[in-house]
Design a protein around this ligand. Structure first.
Ligand SMILES: [Zn+2]
Length: 333
């Protein structure tokens, strides 16, 4: 249990997660029921009730339903979000940012909640961990000097699963990223539903006032060279096509459990891609380090605890290590 204390893994600011009483994954359903969020909107992927529905199909359902809803309040309630977060592209206000001080970096949950004006009792972090982890990776590892606003930027998420059903939540990125950003995220994976039609794969969000754009593309299939090069996206009418992405993010990919990752990592390393990976458990990152050396590459930077890891503790009895969704981050490049 050493790393729990030394790395302050239970150190979350939330009312529902105390280091003395962590919110355990086996209690997630009870917690969601108590919060009135079990099987509600964007929270549906937290438990196993919707496991039979392929990834991306819940987003299709949200899209259909959202088109019938008129007010922000109705939309927020339908997605299970607090009303003050809607519209999502404007959920970070200047007034809230002022509370953080000038040029404050949003690099931990408490600051993100202040920026959002949310009370620390709000369970939104259980789903916000995905877009906030992407935000953190972009600002810390890919564009540490500032996210560019003078050119379109693109990131790829190979092996995407749950995040495909959080598409509507990713709109918060428009509020956290600088005005004028034009970001495309391609979520590519064999588990992305093959049943999605073209218009159920491409989602566009825009904040006209800040001139910011976000495009999310759901793609079914194993991530291959033609995805990385942009070749397969070249037929699209718009977007940043036929050019490699700024970075490749793999969220909770459990790389060591799947041998299919080897050729993917290999071609990405050879292409000198910037790859940022998260893992639920720290020892998996150590194993990845060893395996990378076996195929002739090394991890150049030490891994770190993700400040935006999901606040649901997973304790795996057979290995006795603490785990969190997107718990630890390492960079390969
Ligand atoms: Zn359930």
């Amino acid at each position: 249990m050493g790393s729990i204390e030394s790395k302050k893994l239970h150190d979350f600011p939330f009312d529902f997660y105390k280091s003395t009483a962590p919110l355990q994954i086996y209690n997630a359903v009870i917690f969601l029921i108590r919060e009135g969020l079990h099987n509600v909107g964007l929270y549906r992927r937290i438990c196993h009730c919707y496991d039979k529905i392929p990834f991306g199909e819940l987003t299709t359902e949200f899209q259909n339903e959202m088109a019938t809803l008129k007010s922000d309040k109705e939309k927020a309630t339908f997605l299970g979000l607090p009303e003050e977060m809607y519209p999502l592209s404007k959920c970070v206000t200047d007034e809230n940012l002022k509370k953080l001080g000038e040029n404050a970096k949003i690099d931990q949950w408490e600051k993100a909640y202040t920026a959002l004006g949310l009370p620390l009792s709000c369970p939104a972090a259980l789903i916000l961990e995905y877009p906030m982890t992407v935000y953190y990776m972009l600002t810390k590892y890919v564009f540490p000097k500032g996210v560019p606003t003078n050119e379109p930027i693109e990131v790829h998420l190979p092996g995407a699963e749950k995040e495909c059903d959080l598409v509507f939540l990713f709109e918060v990125l428009l509020a956290f990223l600088p005005a004028g950003v034009d970001l495309t995220i391609r979520m590519v994976g064999p588990s992305v539903s093959p049943n999605l039609k073209d218009d159920q794969r491409l989602y566009k969000f825009e904040d006209k006032d800040r001139k910011s754009k976000l495009t999310i593309h759901l793609v079914t299939g194993h991530y291959e060279k033609q995805h990385y090069s942009g070749e397969v996206f070249a037929s699209e009418k718009d977007g940043n096509v036929n050019k490699p992405p700024s970075a490749v993010f793999m969220l909770n990919p459990a790389l060591l459990a799947h041998e299919t990752w080897v050729p993917t990592i290999q071609f990405l390393m050879e292409a000198k891609a910037k790859i940022v990976i998260t893992d639920v458990m720290e020892p998996n990152i150590e194993l990845l380090r060893v395996n990378m050396m076996r195929i002739g590459f090394k991890m150049t930077e030490p891994h770190q605890v993700n400040p935006f890891r999901g606040p649901l503790h997973r304790w795996t009895p057979d290995c006795n290590f603490p785990g969190f969704s997107n718990g630890f981050i390492c960079v390969l490049h």
